[in-house]
Write a protein that binds this ligand. Structure first.
Ligand SMILES: Nc1ncnc2c1ncn2[C@@H]1O[C@H](COP(=O)(O)OP(=O)(O)OP(=O)(O)O)[C@@H](O)[C@H]1O
Length: 266
């Protein structure tokens, strides 16, 4: 579905390693010593029934919540306890479950927001319209165009992002995260609320992000069909604990997973 793929990130992208992460909220253990590894260039789904701890896990990875104990590392770089912007700057980008696009900004401007941390020219150089700043701006716009093409929205660059159908707005969000040139992309229910067509299109883009760009993806998703089709590995949570992990086929047949989903007695 894509024509021009943006240049791939370093194919030796590091693994994202979650080790014994525990998160406690007053009296409640939302995550209990959870460990898993997101292999470079893979789609790793985190699933589980309602209240299992998926969002909490996502929020720890993106730095919104601080783990009570345990570590998160990208390669050898410690991410534990860093602020969200610092984690993003180290190459872990996220999308949001609810749309977080400025309502009147064009698609191009929305994508450019993702380039912000990569912008070198200072305020003064840009303000004075120095040639170096102009060159840099051209480079960013070129990249924005490539990424718009990658997500299939090159024809919509000058349209207000808020005027697009919901599924396309979600793709703009994904594109904005890609504009950060991440090593790992955290996707929080990327297809929730979409039509069947939008779901198919988004799933294809997500697969393409892995296959063409080599970016690792952590996918928190309720739609089992999509998880089973897209994921290379699955971590299953229930009541804050990791109850199973493996390939989609392995976890699907795991009695603990079946019990957790069906609520059958032990
Ligand atoms: N900020 C918070 N303060 C207190 N408790 C929280 C907070 N966030 C989550 N929890 C609790 O932690 C547990 C895990 O919630 P979490 O939202 O991570 O689960 P989930 O698997 O994402 O659920 P769902 O599928 O319903 O979104 C729940 O019991 C929830 O009520």
């Amino acid at each position: 579905m894509t024509t021009t793929a943006p240049a791939p990130v370093d194919s030796t992208t590091a693994a994202l390693t979650v080790t014994d992460v525990t998160v406690r909220f007053a009296g409640l253990t939302a995550l209990d010593a959870v460990s898993f590894t997101v292999e470079p260039g893979s789609v790793h789904a985190v699933i589980g029934p309602n209240g299992a701890g998926k969002s909490t896990c996502f929020n720890v990875l993106s730095g919104v919540y601080r783990a009570t104990a345990g570590t998160v590392r990208l390669g050898t770089t410690e991410l534990t306890g860093l602020a969200p912007h610092a984690i993003a700057a180290l190459g872990v980008a996220r999308t949001f479950q609810n749309l977080a696009l400025p309502p009147h900004a064009t698609v191009a401007d929305s994508l450019l927001l993702g380039r912000h941390r990569l912008t070198r020219s200072g305020f003064l150089a840009t303000g004075l319209r120095l040639p170096s700043a102009a060159r840099e701006e051209r480079r960013h716009l070129e990249r924005v165009r490539e990424i718009a093409e990658f997500i299939g929205l090159e024809g919509a660059l000058e349209r207000p992002a808020g005027s697009l159908p919901y599924g396309q707005q979600k793709l703009v969000e994904l594109g904005r995260a890609l504009c950060m040139e991440p090593k790992v992309l955290l996707l929080d229910e990327p297809i929730a609320g979409m039509t069947a067509d939008e779901r198919r299109r988004t799933a294809a883009v997500v697969a393409d992000v892995r296959d063409s760009l080599g970016i690792s993806i952590v996918l928190v998703e309720h739609d089992m069909g999509v998880v089973m089709k897209l994921a290379d590995a699955v971590t299953v949570l229930d009541f804050g604990r990791r109850i199973a992990g493996g390939t989609p086929a392995e976890v699907q047949n795991d009695p603990a997973v079946v019990r957790a989903y069906l609520g059958a007695p032990e």
